[in-house]
Ligand binder design. Structure first.
Ligand SMILES: O=C(O)c1ccccc1NCC(=O)[C@H](O)[C@H](O)COP(=O)(O)O
Length: 294
């Protein structure tokens, strides 16, 4: 885990708020999740790029705040072809709430990710969702938290930013890995992060200081890989799909303007009429995986 001094000030503030937030004292949640791998297969079979559209009313790097009803935003994202939704539940820095997620999940039938800063086991029991995000660099006991979330029925998306964190995620048994192009230490976004972390640069990830001989890239074969942050154009979508992303998580570029049209533009980025194909260098399709377990 990083020390606090290595993090941007807004992130330190987010973590302090997360630690201080009052927690439910009830029994552990038991959820029946909607399968993300199945939703990805469904999208691919009808020619949609799998986009996880994020309801993100505001953020430390966004000007202004959207005050639309989250259910209306969710419906617009689904109309635009989103495969799954991500809902921020962090209230103080992102304008989210558990209630918003609960209402959205009732209103749609796609998988819904709870996007928050979950640090301890009791943070899992705030609201039911199909997936929960666990950020590897912020958690002391990653295997323990992944197991606790899975025991409740959640699919667990473990977020990483480096190959060292990817190794920790895989060692913790992660089957869903989100590679965040946003460096939470500096809040800078660089799409090449995804390529370096999965090793699709051809240098085996040596840009991140590890030997090409590590077998991390091979260990990704059965993992659902989500590219997170900084995706704004169809070219970005094609680039990250080409680097092996099974799905792309997009917030700002969808929330800024016409949500349905913004979603559709990214969802249709792999269509042949766009003059491109949606190649995956991992030479596997999610339809071949047959892995639905959390
Ligand atoms: O988005 C931020 O400003 C931010 C700041 C500090 C910590 C986390 C932050 N974002 C969390 C996310 O993971 C993004 O909301 C998500 O990946 C979507 O990113 P984008 O498409 O770039 O909005």
């Amino acid at each position: 885990m990083m020390t606090c001094n290595e993090l941007a000030a807004p992130v330190r503030s987010i973590l302090t708020a997360a630690r201080d937030r009052s927690q439910p004292d009830g029994t552990p949640l038991a959820v029946s999740p909607r399968s993300l791998p199945q939703a990805i297969r469904d999208a691919e079979s009808d020619g949609r790029v799998p986009i996880v559209a994020e309801i993100k009313p505001t953020s430390p790097t966004t000007d202004g705040r959207r005050t639309d009803d989250p259910v209306e935003l969710a419906r617009a994202m689904i109309a635009g072809g989103a495969t799954a939704l991500s809902v921020l539940t962090e209230p103080d820095h992102f304008g989210g709430s558990p209630e918003a997620l609960e209402r959205v999940r009732q209103a749609v039938d796609v998988p819904v990710l709870r996007k928050d800063f979950i640090l301890r086991e009791e943070h899992l029991d705030v609201v039911a969702a199909d997936l929960v995000l666990v950020i590897a660099r912020f958690v002391d006991d990653l295997p323990g938290l992944v197991t606790a979330a899975r025991d409740r029925g959640f699919q667990v998306l473990v977020e990483v930013h480096t190959r060292e964190e990817l190794r920790a995620a895989l060692d913790a048994g992660a089957r869903f890995v989100g590679i965040n192009n946003r460096d939470l230490a500096a809040l800078e976004v660089d799409l090449s992060t995804f390529e370096h972390v999965v090793g699709s640069t051809g240098d085996g990830g040596t840009a991140n200081g590890l030997a090409a001989a590590d077998n991390l890239t091979d260990r990704l074969a059965d993992v659902t890989l989500v590219a997170e942050s900084g995706v704004s154009t169809p070219d970005d979508v094609r680039r990250l799909r080409g680097a092996g992303a099974d799905a792309l998580l997009v917030g700002s570029a969808i929330m800024d303007g016409d949500v349905e049209a913004n979603t559709r533009r990214l969802v249709e980025a792999g269509r042949p009429e766009d003059g491109r194909t949606d190649a995956d260098p991992k030479a596997r399709s999610t339809s071949e995986q047959g892995v639905d377990a959390a």
